[in-house]
Design a protein around this ligand. Sequence first.
Ligand code: C2E
Ligand code: MG
Ligand code: MG
Length: 757
Amino acid sequence: MTALARFRRSEERQYTTWDRARLSVVVPIGVIVVVAIACIVVTALSSARRADADAVAHERQMFAQAVKAYGERVLRELDSVGSSDAAQRNIRTRFDQDWVGQNVGLWLATFFNHNAVVVFDGNDGPVYSLVDRQPATAAWLETAKAVLLPLVDSMRGQDTGFSDVLRRDSAGPGGEDSQARAAVIRKVVGRPAVIAAVAVGPVARLRPTDKAGAPIIVTVKYIDGDVLSGIAGRLQLKNLRQIGQGPVPTEDSVYALATPSGAPIAAFAWTPRQPGAEIVASVVPYVAVAFSGFALLAAFVLRYMRRTAAAIAAGESRLRHLAMHDPLCGLPNRIFFSERLEAAIEEVRAGSRRAVLFYIDLDHFKDVNDTLGHPTGDELIRNVTLRLTHTLRGNDLVARLGGDEFAVISSIGDDPDKTMSMAQRIIAAIAAPYAINGQNIVIGASIGIAVIDKTCGGTADIMRYADMALYRAKNEGRNRACIYDAAMDADLSKRKLLEGDLRDAIENDGLQIHYQPIVNKNGEATVGVEALCRWTHPVRGEIGPTEFIAAAEQSGLIIELGAWVLRRACLDGKAWPDLTVAVNVSPLQFRRTDFVDMVERTLKETQFDPARLEIEITESVLLGNVDTAEAAMRRLKALGVTLALDDFGTGYSSLLYLRSYPFDKLKIDRSFVRSIEKAADAAAIVHAVISLGRGLGMKVTAEGVETADQQLFLRAAGVHFMQGYRFGKAMTAGEITARLDAPDQRQPVDAPQALAS
Ligand code: C2E
Ligand code: MG
Ligand code: MG
């Protein structure tokens, strides 16, 4: 999978995570709101149903009351006639047929629309009857008596099961179990009707056993359409009607009238009012508004969350990109690289083709940065990035690990030839000159190569292998590539061992200092010495300073070593009051902020004359933080210490340095001196450098003078001092003392002899 694909996948992961987060917020809220709305709906529906049921019960009750009231009215109408004194006179005292016909029958039929009137005498015999304003037929009377007489009997105190009598007025003293008036609803000749009865005259003598039983007027008034529409109008019952056997719409209310014994009288039906529907109708708009409000809110929240999530995801991916890439050149950084390396190792373990790690270190990048400035250094890095990406295949990963270190992971397999030719291509690409900000810049590259195969360890191991190979490449002269092999591990352990031994030597006075004489231009008088550190390893014997100084610089031991050399040289130098003592200082040492303090302290402690101490530094000290270097130099000069620029000609040899920094002395590197006799241009350069030094008011020392010819040339060219095997190799302090004691016995010698001694 490509790096891009990985990022996409991780971004998708971000999205789904956000989607999940969004759902986890929205779903519960949605569920709560939906449940709340459902509760409201259910509550509305159930209260609607209850309201409907209540309404039905109420209407039935009202209807029953209306029927009862109707019955009572009929009774009152009858009572207005039957209980009068006139009635008593004309019915009870003396039965007057005409009077009854006029004042009872027709009166009730005409003014109150009673359908039938029957007057029973004291012995329950019908003495008068009127049906629909006509005398009742015998048949009608026969049928009607079956319903009318039981009421009459009940009034006379015989229990005939009239528990549903609408009104029952006690007959008063002496007639406690008889009634003066009663009304009931019954079916009369097949139709529902109110039957009302009133006793005429005192009621105490109502018993049929009594000779003079009270006559009873009975009237029938049908509950017909008019009555029903009256009730319907009053009670506002829709579609109130009497029903027969046929089917009734299920939504209609039915009210059935029956006798106490259960015999049906009539059934009525009407369309009930439905207040529930009104409730529902009144609630629905609010619920709809609430629901759409919620839907709107949910949509708004979702949209807001989606946008926020997208913004956060974009921000995160931007942050992740920033966190995983180098801001200067845009290449993946060390973190990203480590992830990819880990993935590459896993892929190879899982059976993919072997991969190769190229660990690239730019040679002299630091110098460019220091001399030409950081903007140029940055531009150079961008140029190197471009060249690297153009040199490599699309699926190779190029990363910048920091500073001047790059790395490439490529799946080219493990063919050493192919690997080396790829490394050479990289080196060639990097080493081609750059034109930046009007400067022509040349740098190099060293590459350490480690093969990623099934047996290799983790990322740390692979990096260590590549690092060792890189170390080897640099050691072998830079601008080259080395493939890691197991022997390098041994080298590394050797180096580590050496560092350990060096630490011991520093701590236990295992180092020595030899002093190389520095003579005047004639080579006759020794004017100074240069302290050169020596280390005789207990097992390996003599180890050259180039090797152990480099090891000390790499391990940081150079600080203690340098301090030790300075102290020792000051102590030894006290024995030679006329000589200057030159001490080499490593850039690492010089750049430390406490360096000058250390020098001052050492001078004080050893009571060495600062004017006789000469600090030798190389140009590399001046690279980088030039202001700090210059400040340190000025402070040293203020102490009275002299400063010499060592190995002039091997580094940048910038004339600017000579002019800007307070050097007292210039030491021409021995590589020039060596070439004087062979190369004309070397001689010319030496000439020029000497004149330059002199022109700037500096003393000039020539290093590595080995032959009489060199000496003659240099003296003629104008050097002030000389140093080299011709005048003496580095020797012990005792030998220097002896040499000073017997100056005449010493003759300059040509190098071969010097080397031989
Ligand atoms: P350098 O400071 O340039 O020291 C001069 C080197 O040239 C010495 O090498 C010396 O032995 C050698 N030399 C002198 N005359 C001749 C000659 O006529 N012919 C040849 N072929 N060589 C000559 P050495 O002692 O091996 O030191 C090498 C370098 O190690 C020194 O170069 C110096 O940079 C460094 N070094 C030595 N001691 C110290 C020390 O105590 N501290 C630091 N920082 N560096 C040291
Ligand atoms: Mg030196
Ligand atoms: Mg030197």
